[in-house]
Design a binder for this molecule. Structure first.
Ligand code: ADP
Ligand code: ASP
Ligand code: MG
Length: 439
């Protein structure tokens, strides 16, 4: 069985929902994971923000506006008055539920409940539409099987058991529809898999049912070789290794959520990125295969801070790096890039919540300097060290750009450069021209 996930833009209007219905009804049984209609989760975040700030009036205004939009979507989606009414009753009940949270104390728990409503609504709408079309479709409630453990990691054994039990309740169903993104935590409270987390849901479900393929349907023809939001003339990459996809997703290729790769990779289930706007386009296939000696793509991650610790005590000493890394660990701050010399080490972080405390502690071990507003550029492909010439080509593209750090050899799949954020566009364009657009 396949798992198909449709993102926010793919279910963003009544028309798009109808297109999704066409795509999923092909005689094969499948699980369909849906995001909230595009913009909805952001609006729910905005509503929560007003409620945190104890402004129920502000929140209500946005709730009413959003409800009105949904009224239009529902009117447009269904052909019959019967289904229009059935769907509207459910959608309205979710809005009334959101409104009930404008009256009391508002904390993180309530916010999670509000954020869950987007996926609950979109899945109910598409399910009603399929039923109206005469399709044997059922809703599988993600809150009944998608669960994280005490470390906030998905509990795959629980997910597998409960998902199977849910599916067994409907042995005759052709299409199982479920919510991406939402889950319960170890304490049974409503939670989520982080923004963009519907991709993760699809991958976890794929691993849980040992799917033949996980398809991520979005608004673009697969993973592109550079960020299409920043660079001209990008092209789709047809094949990626899981590790390459993971690097690209982590370093900013927004088409795929980075957490999505691991469950599929471990279960050895291919992931296919496909385009809802052009369903016959080839998209990108992600698997455990490598294309020998090929640079595949470039991605960039913003809001990076670089920290350098210089100390003559590092010279010929052991244990220095451990002490430095322990400081980051004690503030639960993860490190992205590391470069060392005999007298100093530079690292980068993207979470600056505890930056001041970290700097204070680091000063015990050496002279500390900080560079803010930096950006990691990550070049991904088969960069196994014995392949020659690839480093030189990537470096050549960066010849006019000040480079603060270079990292190569950590994996077989990437070279990373740390540069100023203001040089990002130029660097990405130059890498594109040098690596992909040259004849
Ligand atoms: P969805 O709502 O379907 O999950 P997203 O908005 O999360 O979709 O991701 C799709 C978007 O990712 C594309 O519209 C594109 O602008 C952006 N994107 C960023 N980098 C890349 C890349 N390297 N390849 C393809 N798309 C990318
Ligand atoms: N709706 C959620 C979000 O906007 C999850 C997702 O779309 O993947 O972040
Ligand atoms: Mg997404």
């Amino acid at each position: 069985m396949k798992v198909l996930k449709f993102g926010g833009t793919s279910v963003g209007t009544a028309l798009r929902m109808k297109e999704v219905a066409k795509l999923v009804v092909d005689g094969e049984r499948k699980i369909v994971v849906l995001s909230a209609m595009s913009g909805t989760t952001n609006t729910l975040v905005e509503i929560s923000d007003y409620l945190y700030k104890k402004n129920p009036e502000g929140a209500n205004e946005i709730i009413n506006k959003l409800e009105l939009k949904y009224r239009q979507h529902v009117d447009e989606l269904y052909a019959t008055e019967e289904y229009r009414q059935r769907a509207w009753e459910v959608v309205k009940s979710h809005f009334d539920y959101i409104r009930s949270y404008t009256k009391d104390l508002f904390t993180l728990f309530e916010e999670k409940v509000i954020l869950a409503q987007g996926e609950l609504i979109s899945t109910a709408m598409v399910n009603f539409y399929l039923l109206e079309c005469g399709v044997k479709s059922v809703l599988l409630p993600a809150l009944e099987f998608m669960r994280t453990d005490k470390n906030a990691e998905p509990d795959l054994v629980y997910i597998k058991d409960k998902l199977q039990a849910q599916m067994e309740l409907y042995p005759d169903a052709d299409i199982y529809i479920t919510q991406g993104f939402i889950c319960r935590n170890a304490y049974g409270e409503i939670d989520n898999l982080q923004r963009g987390g519907s991709d993760y849901t699809a991958s976890l479900i794929g691993a849980a049912i040992n799917a033949s393929e996980i398809q991520i349907w979005t608004d673009i023809d697969g993973m592109h070789n550079n960020d299409p939001r920043v660079v001209d003339k990008t092209a789709p990459v047809r094949q990626l290794h899981f590790e390459e996809a993971a690097e690209l997703a982590y370093f900013g290729a927004k088409i795929l959520h980075p957490t999505c790769v691991q469950p599929a990779k471990y279960a050895n289930i291919p992931v296919r990125l496909l385009n809802t706007m052009d369903p016959t386009a080839s998209g990108t296939l992600i698997s455990n295969d490598t294309e020998k000696g090929k640079i595949k793509a470039v991605a960039a991650k913003d809001n990076i801070t670089a920290i350098k610790i210089k100390s003559s005590r590092m010279l010929l000493a052991y244990g220095f790096l451990r002490k430095v890394f322990e400081i980051f660990e004690s503030y639960q701050t993860s490190i992205d890039m590391v470069c060392t010399s005999e007298v100093g080490v530079s690292v980068t972080i993207d979470n600056t919540k505890h930056l001041n405390e970290i700097l204070d502690d680091l000063k015990k071990y050496g002279t500390v300097t900080v560079d803010k507003d930096m950006c990691i550029i990550c070049v991904v492909g088969d960069l196994e060290w014995e392949n020659v010439g690839f480093e030189a080509r990537a470096l050549d593209a960066m010849r006019d750009i000040p480079v603060r750090m270079i990292s190569f050899g950590g994996s077989n799949y990437n070279i990373s450069f740390l540069i100023r954020e203001c040089d990002k566009k130029k660097a990405l364009q130059s890498l594109s021209d040098t690596l992909f657009n040259k004849k």
